[in-house]
Design a protein around this ligand. Structure first.
Ligand SMILES: [Zn+2]
Ligand SMILES: [Zn+2]
Length: 266
């Protein structure tokens, strides 16, 4: 089985389109690429219901879509028999993570991604040498990133960690020690890791995560394109499957209503 468990429900131009009709081009692209099932994972900070959680202007500006409408569109698509799962990409909310989990609990999620994008007041991916990369030495950025993602793993609120070493996006590498810390959190929590092909389209031009993280833990894996438009569904999956297999993963995680099972990969 091949799953793509990370994508954003947008139109062909990348604009927000939280409708069941917008799901169809993603499913069509999945079929072309031999992807059996896709999971939508819009950013949690696009929704009005979460606007009180985020101190950052970039997030506040985007918090004006309706979470019920988004979930409703996916429920409708699922009801039409499309091979679609209902998910969300949830930023780590620090001391308010339990409160955010409670807000999300009533919705019929198949899985939730735990994600870290912000380090300090900056998106870690907002430019090489800019923002946090200009403020702090590389290893300190990594230390903070790993601390937050490890806390997200240990919280038990998430089924999968998304792009688990996003901090390498501009080629600043994490040390083995940082990877060991993250692997320990992953191992203790039982969370799955996504193998994301988004990094192939970024300056680092590699999959997330490094093979090191897969070698240091026994976590189950999902496959993920992080598509923000239908054409990118399943992009680069030959490489992702090869990385999984090279690191001893013979199965992929499949989620139904937040229950995980393992299916043979491929
Ligand atoms: Zn992300
Ligand atoms: Zn994403």
């Amino acid at each position: 089985m091949i799953v793509d468990y990370h994508m954003h429900l947008r139109n062909a131009r990348g604009g927000i389109d939280h409708t069941a009709a917008a799901v169809e081009p993603f499913v069509a692209r999945a079929r072309e690429r031999g992807v059996d099932e896709i999971g939508f994972t819009e950013h949690v900070y696009y929704f009005e219901q979460t606007k009180d959680f985020w101190p950052w202007p970039y997030y506040a500006e985007r918090c004006h879509f309706d979470l019920d409408r988004y979930v409703g569109a996916l429920v409708e698509a699922k009801g039409r028999g499309l091979p679609v799962k209902i998910g969300l990409e949830v930023d780590w909310a620090f001391d308010r993570a339990d409160e955010l989990a409670a807000l999300l609990a009533p919705y019929p999620w198949d899985f939730l991604l735990g994600s870290v994008h912000m380090v300090g007041d900056h998106a870690i991916d907002n430019g090489a040498g800019l923002g946090i990369w200009a403020e702090l030495p590389g290893d300190e950025v990594w230390r903070r990133y790993v601390e937050m993602l490890s806390a997200a793993a240990r919280s038990g609120h998430f089924d999968v960690l998304s792009h688990p070493d996003l901090a390498k996006i501009y080629g600043v590498r994490g040390s083995d020690e940082r990877y060991r810390e993250l692997a320990a959190a992953v191992e203790e929590s039982g969370v799955a890791l996504e193998i994301s092909t988004a990094g192939l389209r970024k300056p680092v031009a590699e999959l997330y995560p490094d093979a090191r993280l897969l070698a240091m833990s026994s976590a189950p894996v999902t496959l993920a394109s992080d598509a923000h438009e239908p054409m990118l569904v399943g992009e680069g999956f030959d490489e992702a499957v090869a990385l999984a297999c090279a690191n001893g993963r013979e199965t992929v995680s499949v989620f139904d209503m937040r229950v995980r099972r393992q299916e043979p990969i491929g």
